[in-house]
Structure formats: C-alpha cells, structure tokens
Design a protein around this ligand. Sequence first.
Ligand code: HMG
Ligand code: MG
Length: 299
Amino acid sequence: GLPARVRIHEVGARDGLQNEQGVVPTEVKAEFVRRLAGAGLTTIEATSFVHPKWVPQLADAERLFPLVRDLEGVRLPVLVPNERGLDRALALGAREVAVFASATESFAKANLNRTVDEALAMFAPVVTRAVEHGLTVRGYLSMCFGDPWEGPVPVDQVVAVCRRLKDMGCDELSLGDTIGVATPGHVGRLLTALNEAGVPTDTLAVHFHDTYGQALANTLTALRHGVTTVDASAGGLGGCPYAKSATGNLATEDLVWMLHGLGIDTGVDLGRLTATSVWLAGQLGRPSPSRTVRALAGA
Ligand code: HMG
Ligand code: MG
C-alpha cells in the first residue's frame, strides 16, 4: 500500500543553492525560505555550517539563519560536519542538525577530506552533543547506489554505514543517490536489506537525484516499501558537482504532482510553490529544470 501522507524535506535552500555558480544574496535566500514556508513546506533545510572555503555559497549562514529561525511551525535543519559546525549552529539556536556521511571512500575524501571511518569518528561527538542538547539529528548517507569513481555500490556496504549512523544516535537517515544512477529494483533491494538489518523504515528518508530520469520511479518504490519522508528541491535546484550531468535533485513540484495525483497528502500548495520557483529562477537568471514548473508556469 501507499501512505496517506508524506513529509517533504525541502533541500532547495541548502542543497540547491550550494551548487549555484554565483552566490545568492542573503536577503534573497531568506525570502526563498519564507516563500517555501508560505507554500506549506514544514521541513526546510536552511543552510550549512561548513568551512566557507569549501562551500562559499553558504558562507553567510550566520547572517541567514537569524532571518528565518522564527518562522512558525517550520522545522529548519542545518548541516554540520564537525563540532565546530555544531557550535556555530547551537549559538544561533538551531533545533535540528544533519551530519553527512558517505558510503564510499572516494566521496568521503572529496567531500570531507576524510576516510569513511575518520568521517564517522568526526560525527560521533557531534551527534552525542546534539542529542544532549535535545536536537533532532539526521544522518545523510551519500553514494548509496553508485559512485562516480567506484561505480555501483554494494548494498552491504551501504547497510553497514547506515547501522553505524543509527547506533551513533541519528534519529533519521537520508539515503542519497548523489549521482542519480539508482533504478527501482536497486532501491527495493537496499530498503529490504536495511529492514532485515533492523533499521526501522519509518526512520528512513530518500534523497533522489533525477540525472537519469529515475527519481519519481525510485520514490514510488520507496513509498511502497514504507518510506514516508522524501527529500526534494524546489524547482529542481542543485545537483552534484561530481555527477556528469547538470540535472539535480528531484524537483519538489514534480514530487508533489505525483503525490497529489496518488491522493497522498503533503500540505503543499502547488501553485504557490511553483510561483516561488519561478520567482527564484528570475533571481538566478535561468529557468527551472522542473517539468512541472515548466508545464504549470507555461515557460
Ligand atoms: P578540513 O580542511 O579537513 O578541515 O575540512 P580541518 O578540520 O582540518 O580544519 C581546517 C580549518 O577549517 C580550521 O581553520 C578549522 O577551524 C576550519 P584554521 O585553524 O585553519 O583557521 N573549520 C571550520 N570553519 C568553519 N566551520 C566549520 C569548520 N570546520 C573546520 N564547520 C571539513 C573538513 C569537514 C570542515 C570540510 O571538508 C567541509 O567543510 N566540508 C563540507 C563539504 C560540504 O558541505 N558538502 C556539501 C554537503 S553534502 C551533500 O550535498 C550531499 C547531500 O545532499 C546528499 C546527497 O545528495 O548525497 C547531503
Ligand atoms: Mg542532493
């Protein structure tokens, strides 16, 4: 069966804008987050407290977060790679954080300058301290299906890192198809293996990229396996600098179109969301890649 309701974890302001060529003005980012909230999104990833040299697009986190943190009824998770990042997030009153691990050594090195083990060792005190502070902690896991340097990623390898993130104390795990190569059979095999390894499906989220046009098929497969939290990016913003194609995250509008068509509640007003993505595309100076945005906006 399918769930009656799906929670969308909106990543456009973080995952989307971190991949923009230019740096978007802080006030535009704040307005983007406010409009996303106005469109009914209730979990909006706001920014990252990472090294500003690694991600200059999000170097304004200290200025941005206070502009949005008082939004009513909205969860505003932020990414923190290490204790330094957690300190910065706590100082601003963040209530939710996310660490971001990799299932592969190559991406751990490229993204975190660490081996998989070293990265997990870096996250352990972050998660412990965040939990002590009563924060909700998400653990991202990148390259769950394929890796640009290593090729297909074995299911057992992914399950092993998931278990370690869970044992560390993460409340939720987000399974990332960072380069968009997953297909529905592979998604089903990973979710079945995680279930057999004792990772509760209701603590899982899926994070698909539409590089090969598979994101919605993969999402539907995940829903049939009991997943009810889905990551998506308004207007399809973003991508992965390590993927060959420019196509990025699953567009929130495309996801909402499918879910509402299935009679699944999201709380999102698709018209307002589309208007938000059209407005942001104007700010960025190029059209949204989302098929649904283009169809509805007549662009
Ligand atoms: P490093 O160079 O190994 O850092 O980077 P370090 O620990 O050796 O520290 C070096 C310097 O950085 C020190 O300063 C630290 O204080 C400073 P110095 O003493 O030289 O003046 N520093 C910091 N400054 C500010 N905030 C911090 C921080 N940490 C250290 N938090 C590090 C290691 C993890 C910091 C770096 O690799 C980094 O910031 N990486 C972030 C990469 C990133 O944000 N990637 C994108 C997110 S993941 C993603 O998008 C995938 C996802 O969407 C899912 C999917 O699709 O797969 C989630
Ligand atoms: Mg992503």
